[in-house]
Design a protein around this ligand. Structure first.
Ligand code: UT7
Length: 322
């Protein structure tokens, strides 16, 4: 049996950090409100001209170096993003050329905040099927580009960044299972309802902005994440106490705590980066994973549960032995 194993991780964050206090000087909010309701204390925001692809490139280089893999060995690039550099070519193609990995398959996946879990699932299938041996999987975003900075309900929640993993075919797990789902019936609870084909609006930033019914999203997210972690445990006939780490999507500390409670995991076995990164959408899980690896928390051989939930709605999980 062939498995996909994480050979290396990497991440990148823009230099510019915006604190809650700085946002409170711009909109009617406060550090207390943001920290209490979300756990967020700061976020990184891309510089003018710094793109999703730039962050993806830095994260990919770090992951390749950690894996000891040359870019020419890559035979698949899957990149989760909702904020591509261009309409086309895909950010994955732009990245492939910059890395010098020309010739391999490269494409983007748009599954909003679940983008990395979706991308990981796709790459895992390629490796399990024997059609790829070395895959680069990335989640990268510059959500700041379409935030409405006058809307306190959304602008305090998001940040920019990128995370990457190099997957290699191996005889031992690796990724044990992944589970992805979507329900487009919820599209209007969290969306950006303009686009190339539907058209743009005669509004600031052409109508590009996040529209979210936060309280409703929160409720569905908690219930749905409960279901997907149960599904993952059941599929692997695993007791929840066998997990070493929960590496969740970083949208809201209260959602993370709810999932941890469901898994009966103490918070010191849960990776939390939402305080420093805010919600970086598709980048959030691989950013948290890279932090967990580089800080020495996650060790080789440990069992990790990754999960995410986002616009679409989309959601998913991956169970892996690191
Ligand atoms: O990654 C994709 C998935 N996204 C999520 O998972 C996000 C899920 N939702 C959430 O994280 C939370 O619902 C929010 C953090 C977005 C909001 O927290 P909440 O506890 O659900 O607050 P709320 O929306 O019910 O608003 C409570 C109050 C309202 O005032 P009133 O109506 O009670 O007077 C809001 O107007 O807080 C007000 N409010 C704010 N106050 C200060 C909303 N945003 C802010 C703000 N600063 N930034």
């Amino acid at each position: 049996m062939t498995y996909a194993r994480i050979a290396g991780t990497g991440s990148a964050l823009p230099e510019r950090v915006i604190s809650n206090a700085e946002l409170a000087a711009r909109v009617d909010t406060s550090d207390e409100w943001i920290a209490e309701r979300t756990g967020i204390r700061q976020r990184h925001i891309a510089a003018d001209g710094q793109t999703t692809g730039d962050l993806a490139y830095a994260a990919a280089m770090a992951a390749l170096q950690a894996a000891g893999v040359d870019a020419k060995e890559i035979d698949l690039i899957v990149l989760g993003t909702t904020t591509p550099d261009l309409v086309f070519p895909s950010t994955a193609c732009l990245l492939q050329h910059r890395l010098g990995a020309n010739g391999c398959a490269a494409f983007d996946v748009n599954a909003a905040c679940s983008g990395f879990i979706y991308a990981l699932t796709v790459a895992n299938q390629f490796i399990r099927a024997g059609t790829a041996k070395t895959a680069l999987v990335i989640g990268a975003e510059t959500l700041s580009r379409f935030l409405d900075w006058s809307d306190r309900a959304t602008c305090v929640l998001f940040g920019d960044g990128a995370g990457a993993v190099v997957l290699k075919a191996a005889d031992e797990p690796g990724i044990l299972s992944s589970h992805i789902h979507a329900d487009g019936g919820y599209k209007e609870l969290l969306w950006n309802p303009v686009g190339v084909s539907a058209g743009f609006k005669d509004e600031p930033n052409h109508g590009l902005r996040v529209l979210m019914q936060g309280r409703e999203v929160f409720k569905v997210a908690v219930k749905t994440l409960d279901r997907v972690v149960e599904e993952t445990l059941e599929a692997n006939q695993l007791d929840r106490h066998q997990l070493d780490w929960l590496i969740p999507h970083q949208a809201n500390l209260r959602i993370i705590e709810a999932t941890a409670k469901r898994l009966d995991m103490p918070m010191d076995r849960v990776i939390v980066t939402v305080d420093k990164h805010a919600n970086t959408s598709a980048a959030s899980v691989p950013l948290a994973l890279d932090y967990a690896v580089r800080s020495g928390k996650v060790q080789r051989g440990q069992l990790l549960l990754l999960e995410a939930f986002g616009g679409g709605f989309t959601w998913g999980s991956a169970l892996l032995r690191y």
